[in-house]
Write a protein that binds this ligand. Structure first.
Ligand SMILES: [Zn+2]
Ligand SMILES: [Zn+2]
Length: 239
């Protein structure tokens, strides 16, 4: 059984449903909690006015549905130094921060664009060099060391990194490694290292429409088959 789904999107960024629709979808599946984690560069725009609206909509949806709706933000790792696209003052207002690499987020500098982003546009046509993989790995580890990130999202997706090394850094820092229902393929060949990393995990849908909220069973099944210890999955109670 799952307590909640802690990575969902709404029309505050690139999702299709509203906050309340996500909460209702969670309720229909018997979940007690969800996090709405819209992308930082959408939800934090317009001088914070949009984010304040987002917070009150999450509170209203909690009251109305009885599902606890945690307002969150999914930030982007935008530089080789591990910068996130969230300012210090914005950071202070965020209750639940998750972060990952997204190839369509604006990079911090032209150098970051060429060294980090360009290769991801060709989706495997251009192989990532060993040097680049090391740089990317250092960037992600630096992000989890610099910011209060609760969950590292879709590790290994788009940006090629040493998944085992990042997972071990997450274990040390207490950052959860996400098992993302939409990006299981990115763990191919790395499941064993993940299982042995000592990290704790969270299964999430990364739903971009209400119908996908809480759809976690297939990802859980796969993770268990691949040897992830069930007691290391924090939102799963095992029965
Ligand atoms: Zn994402
Ligand atoms: Zn997402």
């Amino acid at each position: 059984m799952f307590l909640g789904d802690y990575h969902t999107h709404t029309n505050y960024s690139d999702g299709r449903g509203s906050v309340e629709e996500n909460a209702l979808a969670a309720k229909a599946l018997g979940l007690r909690e969800i996090a709405v984690t819209d992308h930082a560069f959408h939800v934090l725009s317009r001088k914070g006015e949009k984010y304040r609206r987002f917070l009150s909509e999450c509170a209203a949806a909690s009251d109305k549905t009885g599902v606890r709706v945690i307002p969150g933000v999914e930030a982007d790792i935008i530089s080789l130094e591990g910068d996130l696209d969230v300012s210090e003052s914005e950071m202070g207002e965020i209750e639940y921060l998750i972060a990952g690499f997204h190839k369509f987020a604006p990079p911090k500098s032209a150098s970051d664009f060429f060294k980090m982003y360009l290769v991801t546009y060709f989706n495997g046509l251009i192989p990532t060099s060993r040097r680049a993989r090391e740089r990317n790995t250092a960037a992600v580890i630096s992000a989890i060391e610099r910011y209060p990130i609760k969950v590292l999202t879709h590790l290994g997706h788009s940006l090629k990194v040493d998944v085992g090394a990042v997972a071990r850094a997450c274990a040390k820092k207490g950052v959860l490694v996400e098992i993302n229902a939409k990006h299981l393929r990115d763990f191919q060949g790395a499941w064993r290292e993940l299982a042995e990393s000592g990290a704790r995990f969270i299964v999430s849908s990364d739903a971009h429409r209400p119908a996908d909220v809480g759809r976690l069973d297939a990802a859980l099944q796969r993770a268990l088959e691949e040897g992830i210890p069930p007691e290391n999955i924090v939102n799963y109670s095992g029965d």
